[in-house]
Write a protein that binds this ligand. Sequence first.
Ligand code: KG4
Ligand code: ZN
Length: 334
Amino acid sequence: MKVLAIETSCDETAAAVVEDGRHVLSSVVSSQTDLHSAFGGVVPEIASRAHLELLGPVVSEAMERAGTGPQDLAAVAATVGPGLVGSLIVGVGAAKAYAWSWGLPFVGVNHMEGHLHAAFLEDPALSLPTVVLLVSGGHTMLISMEGSAGEVEYRLLGQTIDDAAGEAFDKVARFLGLGYPGGPAIERTALGGDAKAMAFPRGLASGGYDFSFSGLKTSVVRYMKANPGARFPDVAASFQEAVVDVLATKTRKAAAEVQAKAICIGGGVAANTSLRQRVQQICEEDGRAAFIPSRAMCTDNAAMIGATAWYRLRQDGPTPLDVAVDPNLALRFV
Ligand code: KG4
Ligand code: ZN
């Protein structure tokens, strides 16, 4: 069963063909980063217009690379939320039009559920319960994935009470003038730095599984104002260490509490080498499996949407064509 999936929730125009929720036959991602970098962040109006121009060619390339025609497909899927409303509308409008004109079911997918399913794509043996740390530009959540691969349920263990982890990377990078997107810029700058140079605060360290990053950002700003000569690599490395430390420590504690068989990471910040290494290390120490998707599967792509669509279609059936996009779409938790 092959699904054509479309993802346009933010600034990546992506399409993929995925078979049986597991096999990625093609995955094409056209990044708009260059269009937005001059503005220091994603400009929603520019993003929607770029999606409109790029989507047709991206879909054609995904179908071509998969050697697939409309007659081979079982469904067309698209991200319906959360995300930028104008960007979502472009992908969902196109997916509905393809589905209707080819006589196929349409499947609306939650972007965050897509990130959760990304690990299944590369490791079908994923055993549950698994604790997933979902860290992107808009979200920071600790989720327990329970049930079985066919009928997964999600339990929210904790989330950020202010900025998302990726947002903290982006804001600190902008403050330091390192460019956009902030995560990779901080990571590059941190390479030559000492992660112990400054002791930046670990937000809500002694609390439960909720996160807070706005105090950390403020403390970097304050430090730089008080110490204008500080070495940027040291600041970037110490900031990154504070984020990674709090993410990894809480994830480890949560995994022990729910007796998780594995820990998985997802979302754009999961592309961070320091976080990947730390999660790998705690899993080795605690005897848990580590599911660390490739960087391409951590950041926004349509393959994860195609995988999720397959599960959703089997569990819930097709999505009505009159469904609207929802910029604030929430995940369904048990
Ligand atoms: O999941 P994603 O591609 O888009 C959504 O927000 O849905 O995540 C983008 C976020 C940005 O905040 C970006 O700075 C961050 O992920 N990011 C990173 C890295 N690569 C991307 N953060 C830290 N280290 C990285 N290597
Ligand atoms: Zn994302």
